[in-house]
Design a protein around this ligand. Structure first.
Ligand SMILES: N[C@@H](CCC(=O)N[C@@H](CS)C(=O)NCC(=O)O)C(=O)O
Length: 234
């Protein structure tokens, strides 16, 4: 039997929303990939050479090079743009110039503001503490849910404006990114979105997509070992 390995490798962990975003892009396009585990808090020396900002994920395209710096791309946004160029169908970046710009902005907004509030404000204080056998940082998480997230959800609700997609009239990198980053909160906490009905509907639709649900299930499997039920932060 011949062994077939995918060209694309995502170094990192399913616990990273940024890795799940890149995985979601691969799955949507039907591109084979595999995840090779890297613990970013104790990375092997070879990883630091290919991740100058000491972050996961990093992509390797084995069809370019099997080792070393060549054939690697750090940063989920760069990774997803590369995959789009290499595997154009279905397009995940709108053709219309304004919709394209909007998609890139929403991607960046989710990667920074939403990830900061949901990832650093909620996921980390809860899950990192519990992984170390400590009490979950619920006070910090409750504060993030009550004060940091609402203005961000307001912006997303307004920009979505009741539509099915954030940019243009089809699924794009913007939708995948918002869903993957939002799900970082859902890994550890209930996420009532009643005040943001448009975002709630978008989130429900995105969660139902196999390309988004499958990488999330891998993360959930890890998290549920330490945390059987998400917390109520309200
Ligand atoms: N802009 C980067 C962000 C990547 C990122 O922050 N990854 C986190 C894991 S989710 C990380 O590597 N953190 C390492 C640290 O905080 O030291 C991307 O989109 O890939």
């Amino acid at each position: 039997m011949t062994e077939s390995r995918p060209d694309l490798v995502l170094y990192g962990s399913p616990l990273s929303p940024f890795l799940r975003k890149a995985a979601g892009v691969c799955l949507t396009k039907g591109v084979a990939y595999e995840v090779e585990g890297v613990n970013i808090f104790a990375p092997p020396p070879w990883f630091l050479d290919i991740s100058p900002m000491k972050r996961i994920p990093v992509l390797r395209d084995r069809s370019v090079a099997e080792e070393g710096l060549a054939g690697t791309i750090p940063d989920s946004s760069a990774i997803c743009a590369y995959i789009e160029k290499k595997h154009p169908a279905p397009a995940l970046y709108p053709a219309d110039p304004m919709a394209y710009g909007e998609a890139l902005f929403i991607e960046e907004f989710a990667d920074t503001s939403l990830a900061m509030a949901g990832g650093l404000g909620i996921f980390r204080p809860i899950f990192f503490a519990m992984s170390k056998g400590e009490e979950p940082g619920l006070e910090k998480a409750r504060d993030a849910w009550a004060s940091q997230l609402p203005p961000i959800f307001d912006i997303l609700e307004k920009r979505l404006d009741g539509r099915a997609f954030f940019a243009g009239d089809a699924l794009s990198i913007a939708d995948i990114t918002v869903a993957c980053v939002l799900m970082q909160i859902a890994l550890v906490a209930e996420m009532p979105l009643d005040r943001w009905p448009g975002l709630a509907a978008h989130y429900a639709a995105m969660r139902a997509l196999p390309a988004i649900a499958q990488p999330y299930a891998a993360a959930e499997k890890i998290v549920r070992k330490a945390l059987p039920e998400p917390f109520d932060l309200t």
